[in-house]
Write a protein that binds this ligand. Structure first.
Ligand code: ADP
Length: 329
């Protein structure tokens, strides 16, 4: 009797080596079905290499990976039947129209002309590309093109969709459109593995996140768990005038016994704090000095702060932007 595998993706000690680079260096992942799972990491962290191995496009050098219980090396056909990949490998044709591309994709998957056309029309309308259906793909803007790439990868609805940096290089409006598409897919039952170097994207979309750096998982959990893992809140303070900052910094670090950091704006300060009562007392004390406070907030750490604390560098330190948005429309 076969039991239903628990995990959409399960890897153990997964390794990929390129020369002296350990692109993926002992990766352990457990991805439950039915949600958006984010792999968050800076450029070069090993995200694409991981996806390529999980999607049977690249042979691991060590460890194991199973997709819905099927081994990527031992049962690649069973894996391929359940998955689809989009992102950096989409095989759409620039010289065809949007609709033609989707019809062709359906035909390649064994659909009749009628069925392929019906599915293509349904998708192109559903993705807000109805007006552009008869335009050649090469005239699409970056955001339209990305939506068509995703549509092309779900002509046959996969159980698991790999989305490799789906919004890198997109303008904010196109990003939210792609996010809506991803949410709708998950609603309809697809599990989505999303890689991103954008913390806000992981925060908005992913139910769980694995933070990876140099080919390894360095933290895992829901966004809430990751943010509270620092065990502290962040006090953010804005002063009426930048000239008071040195005094405020001295006063607060003495009162709170923590390091107070200058913000990027010359009137702001931040500090990681654990004792709310002490913060209230320190702010009351500060109000009796010459320093004038404009406003302050005490809140959960952002994912940026989590990433910085975990890795010692910012998530977007190595931003290069793999694609650029060309609003040709
Ligand atoms: P990410 O997707 O997180 O940006 P990648 O998986 O593309 O990271 O790359 C991880 C590391 O492996 C990087 O150091 C990259 O330069 C290296 N790498 C990736 N693909 C190759 C390749 N085909 N040949 C040599 N090195 C590679």
């Amino acid at each position: 009797m076969s039991t239903q595998p628990t995990w959409a993706i399960e890897t153990s000690g997964l390794v990929k080596v390129y020369g002296r680079t350990r692109a993926v260096d002992g990766l352990d992942l457990k991805v439950p079905a039915g949600l958006v799972y984010g792999i968050l990491g800076p450029n070069g962290a090993g995200k694409s290499t991981t996806i390529r191995m999980l999607a049977t496009l690249l042979r691991p050098d060590g460890g194991t990976a199973r997709i819905f219980g099927h081994d990527v090396l031992g049962e690649p056909d069973s894996v391929r039947r359940r998955i689809s990949v989009t992102g950096q490998y989409a095989s759409v044709d620039e010289g065809l129209t949007g609709l033609e591309n989707l019809v062709l994709m359906g035909r390649l998957q064994g659909y009749s002309w009628a069925r392929a056309r019906a599915r293509a029309t349904e998708l192109i309308d559903g993705f807000g590309l109805g007006d552009a259906r008869d335009r050649l793909l090469r005239t699409y803007s970056g955001g339209m093109r990305r939506r068509l790439d995703i549509a092309a990868s779900i002509v046959v609805t996969p159980d698991l969709l790999f989305l490799d940096e789906p919004t890198t290089g997109l303008d904010p409006r196109s990003r939210t459109q792609v996010w809506d598409i991803v949410r709708a897919l998950v609603e309809a039952g697809t599990t989505v593995l999303l890689t991103t170097q954008y913390l806000d994207e992981a925060d908005q979309l992913a139910d769980r996140i694995a933070v990876i750096d140099q080919g390894r998982v360095i933290a895992e959990g829901t966004t809430g768990e990751l943010k509270s893992s620092l065990g502290s809140d962040v006090l953010r303070l804005r002063l009426q005038d930048a000239r008071w900052r040195p005094e405020a910094e001295r006063f607060l670090s003495a009162e709170l016994g923590v390091t107070v950091h200058p913000g990027s704006d010359p009137t702001t300060l931040t500090a990681r704090v654990t004792d709310t009562q002490a913060v209230m007392r320190a702010l009351a004390g500060l109000s009796r000095t010459a320093v004038e406070v404009r406003d302050f907030s005490l809140g959960q750490s952002s994912l940026d702060e989590v990433f910085l604390a975990l890795t010692g560098h910012k998530a977007d330190d190595q931003h290069t932007g793999k694609t650029s948005e060309e609003e040709a429309a």
